[in-house]
Write a new protein. Structure first.
Length: 103
């Protein structure tokens, strides 16, 4: 019990330190274009790092997940919306796994 409380306190201090430190060090607006560009893309990169492995592993077959990812990227590249891309990916995984079952 005692060590759990210490771990929770350390976690609280760490997360608050990460959030408070930039506010205390950076007072004005960031004018450097490189840093602005970097900070603009950080949320997208973080989401991608969490999402792409899940896309490949969620179907239970790495081949089906990878094929669905490739077809989804191609469909989005050609301007299809979110719903059609999701349908294409789901159908791709379904058909790929059904073909795998039949073979």
């Amino acid at each position: 019990m005692h060590s759990t409380v210490i771990y929770i306190i350390i976690m609280i201090l760490t997360t608050n330190f990460i959030r408070i430190l930039p506010l205390t060090l950076i007072r004005g607006q960031i004018k450097n274009r490189f840093i602005q560009s970097f900070l603009y893309y950080v949320p997208y990169v973080t989401l991608s790092v969490m999402t792409f492995p899940a896309i490949i592993e969620a179907s239970g077959s790495a081949f089906a997940g990878t094929l669905a990812l490739i077809l989804g990227i191609a469909a989005a590249w050609f301007g299809l919306g979110l719903f059609p891309v999701a349908v294409i990916c789901c159908v791709t995984v379904f058909v790929t796994q059904m073909i795998g079952i039949w073979l």
